[in-house]
Design a protein around this ligand. Structure first.
Ligand code: ZN
Length: 431
């Protein structure tokens, strides 16, 4: 069960509690709701209390980042809160592209002469494209938020795809790998990167790939990484006991001898995040993608972002989850646009936005709950609101869009650049 975050009357984090306990405290008036997402209560009288060390675990992804709060219990780590953070990289890219196109067309009109300036941009050290930068900022925002309401003592981050240290000389000296062992997972991640995640023989993508011996084991081929490649099931079967050259791919043997540069394991965004997280002052444990997969597979957990986060690093070896553990789905939406004049598809100004952002005490992006007593949209709706000056609001709910009056609507969480939804459990209830 997703625990409820608790802070004391001085807003210092305490140990998260069970939802039933939170309900009891709220019912007795000993606590108040401090924040809806993530659900946090504030105790009215209590000051300080015993806390156990908790870790914030992160599996950064290009579209979605898994987050988990793990606490040490007697049997190992227990996930007490989990979330999945969806980034808005594509949205940012599209917005910048549209801005660039508008400006370009304006310049191309040649309505006035201005001296060309194109050599006046300098990128600072460690610059990241805005779409990637937003990922780092999103995760940092959540690290700070959770740090304020949970007694965090450490951060675990999946920093690289595979262990470069262990594989550094693997091409030369060789590693004995075995399926199902940690090294096997590291090797697999390495090979995926080296062979661009596709079958070396037919270039098929997005299907299960098998680790394949270029010179087959039967013919004396070794387990060295320089003798391994990835093949789809069909190619692997077809190749059988032939060498790659005999199979008609002499270049594969040559390509396999070229070691992958260290840089391939490194992802600029993750390093930027790593540098940023170190500013938090908390110790940052780092893990590899190979290790995450190994930990998850060993424990038989399905592949979800939040479970990957829970399994990051050495501390992810023993993680307990239950069927009632569900993640909070968080989606970055940004804080709206500054554009006052909206254009039609030809770039012609067609409509204008009001300077005023708040209407009837609501703002686009607020999470709201509406109880509609009658009419087409009779019932209770909750979701993200889009406001109109007329007072007729649109609410994006889990099932679709409804249009309701502001009179039936109540804010549950003020706009903070994210929307929230309850996620599904990872393992079926009977398991
Ligand atoms: Zn193939």
């Amino acid at each position: 069960m997703q625990r409820v975050l608790v802070i004391d009357k001085n807003k210092q984090p305490l140990m998260p509690c069970h939802p039933a306990r939170a309900r009891e405290l709220l019912h007795k008036g000993k606590a108040a709701v401090y924040r809806t997402f993530p659900f946090t209560i504030i105790l009215k009288e209590r000051e300080g209390g015993d806390t156990q060390p908790m870790a914030f675990k992160i599996d950064p992804g290009s579209k979605t980042t898994g987050m988990a709060l793990g606490a040490d219990f007697k049997r190992g780590k227990r996930v007490i809160w989990a979330g999945e953070l969806t980034h808005r990289g594509q949205q940012i890219r599209d917005a910048l592209l549209s801005r660039r196109q508008l400006r370009r067309s304006r310049r191309a009109r040649h309505t006035r002469y201005r001296q060309a300036r194109f050599d006046n941009r300098r990128r600072p050290e460690g610059w990241l494209p805005p779409s990637l930068h937003s990922r780092v900022e999103n995760i940092w925002t959540w690290a700070c938020r959770l740090n304020r309401s949970a007694p965090l003592v450490s951060v675990s981050l999946e920093l690289v795809k595979f262990d470069t240290q262990a594989l550094q000389n693997a091409e030369v000296s060789g590693v004995e790998y075995q399926q199902g062992e940690l090294m096997g997972y590291e090797v697999r991640e390495y090979l995926l990167e080296k062979w661009q995640r596709q079958c070396a023989y037919c270039n098929a993508k997005d299907l299960p790939l098998q680790v394949e011996h270029i010179n087959p084991k039967l013919r004396g081929g070794s387990n060295r990484v320089s003798n391994l490649t990835l093949a789809c099931h069909d190619c692997n079967q077809e190749k059988g006991t032939q060498t790659a050259a005999e199979f008609g791919f002499p270049e594969i043997q040559k390509l396999a001898k070229v070691p992958l540069k260290d840089a391939a394991a490194v992802n600029a965004t993750r390093w930027a995040l790593y540098a940023r997280l170190q500013l938090s002052g908390l110790p940052v444990e780092v893990g590899t993608g190979g290790r995450t997969k190994f930990n998850r597979a060993q424990q038989g957990y399905p592949k979800t972002h939040w479970l990957d986060a829970a399994c990051v690093g050495e501390s992810g070896e023993k993680v307990y989850i239950t069927s009632s553990d569900t993640p909070l789905l968080v989606k970055a939406t940004g804080h709206g646009s500054r554009q006052m004049g909206r254009t039609d598809k030809y770039g012609f100004p067609s409509r204008y936005r009001l300077r005023q952002k708040r209407h009837f005490g609501f703002q686009t992006g607020d999470m709201v709950k509406a109880i509609v007593p009658a009419g087409k949209y009779l019932g209770t709706h909750s979701g993200r609101v889009a406001c109109r000056a007329t007072g007729s609001f649109d609410i994006i709910t889990a099932t679709g869009k409804v249009t309701v009056s502001h009179r039936y609507t109540k804010v549950t969480h003020h706009a903070d650049g994210y929307t929230y939804k309850k996620g599904q459990g990872a393992i079926p209830p009977h398991a």
